[in-house]
Design a protein around this ligand. Sequence first.
Ligand code: F6P
Length: 547
Amino acid sequence: MSSRTELTAWQALEAHARDMQNKHMSDLFDEDDLRFAKFSLKSPNILLDYSKNLITEDTRKALIDLAEACDVESLRDKMFAGEKINRTEDRAVLHVALRDRTGEPLEADGDDVRAQVKHELERMRSLVAQVRGGDWRGYTGKPMTDVVSIGIGGSNLGPLMVTEALSGYSDGSLNVHYVSNIDGFQIAQTLRDLDPETTLFVVASKTFTTLETMTNASSAETWFLDKAKDKSFINRHFIAVSSNRPKAMEFGVAEENIFDMWDWVGGRFSLWSAIGLPIALNLGMEIFEELLEGAFEMDQHFLTEPLSKNAPVMLALMGVWNNNFLGRKAHALLPYDQCLHRLPAYMQQAEMESNGKSVNWSGERIDYSSVPLIWGEVGINGQHAFYQCLHQGTQIVPADFIGSVEPTVAVKGHHDALMANFFAQSEAMMRGISADQVREELSAKGMGSERIEEIVNHKVHEGNRPTNTILLQKVDARSLGSLIAMYEHKIFVQGIIWEVHSFDQWGVELGKVLANGILAELAPDAEVGAGHDASTRNLIEYYKKAR
Ligand code: F6P
């Protein structure tokens, strides 16, 4: 047995879950007028309502006992203090330092983190002002019109998601495009209508070795030199963001055009660093810094609020409750805001790359679930696609509903209609509709009893499906910063409770290594290695013959 399941707090929750299984949330609401007040909280820029979970005050207390037994608070403090809590990679975890506004000294591995962050932010300000102000000139003397960000995973998903989320605030002075896929279609389509004379590339890669990014960067360079001819012009058109300066320089990026990243920032937590440069180029540095401010506010909340009033902690604990004690193995993210349409994809990496692990801190296999499958889509579109399954399917999938009081762009009649759906869906998932209610409804419509009995079971909706409601005033830079930071800390807390290492990602390495080997075998004269399994070998041979 692993240590977590041996905890008294864990076992108390297992026993409590057996009692709760037979309860219905609808009754819990009917019995307690104060349920919303008890199970919702205000955090910076966000109202979190977690009352539509199958919980009582005893559940919350038992979950907090578990968080305490797992030392959540002391590990949180260690993270903020720059201790090497990423033990498998022997690194500090300091994305919070990237948005820290206190100015207090902070060291990691003997380096003055605060000074490093300040310096790179200053360089970002200067570059953004030059490019956006038209002072940064290309090789023919023209100002930039387009930025192409080349990166993948954490070097793409965050900046892309934020750029989309805040697109309503763009002044349109610089177009930003994102290329991540090694499928040549994406870069070809992106470059088709661009002009090398006015295009600035930002090659974002922490390692500067990622195959997809390097291949796309080389194609971008070829496209650029096709017209510019002279390699010395690259320094007006290529910027790099990386923790591997030598590799970026080897690629041909001028030293002064390289922005630093550090080992203490994980890729999926890096949008706050110069990895966020495309955001700042698109929206301006002021908006980027608002984003940092919003995240900082959430960091302070996470650091100082007691666990029961702490939004990331309660969000994490609801997830643990649903996953580990009620057996829910998936979790949906449902933004009711078109601007947040990339949020589920971004959170998939953040949550699943962080906590998709199956051994604990001692390297022993865990005997409980770590992260559930995270998936989702813009909620209102999902209603007409997969919500049927959320309402009546055999799997119960807890969901986060994310919406805003004010729309980014007000078009008469739209926002209330959107939000009516937002409120209705989670109410329906919680309350459901019983057989008797269905009978009553159909009979009121004049349906005969024989026909009613034929269809009644098909219309019954059991309800009791858990949801969290996350309400922002508006999707703007500040609230988005808070929202992302809230989820980052949720992931951190869950990683502690599951006792998994949230800040490495060694699972993705095997596929990368095999892909590099297979790439060599795809050369026309190369042999396909006998070491492959029969399926892989035959597929590769089929591909080589058929192409
Ligand atoms: O998918 C694995 C991964 O290592 C991610 O963690 C990372 O965000 C992504 O690849 C890109 O890595 P890099 O920034 O080094 O190109």
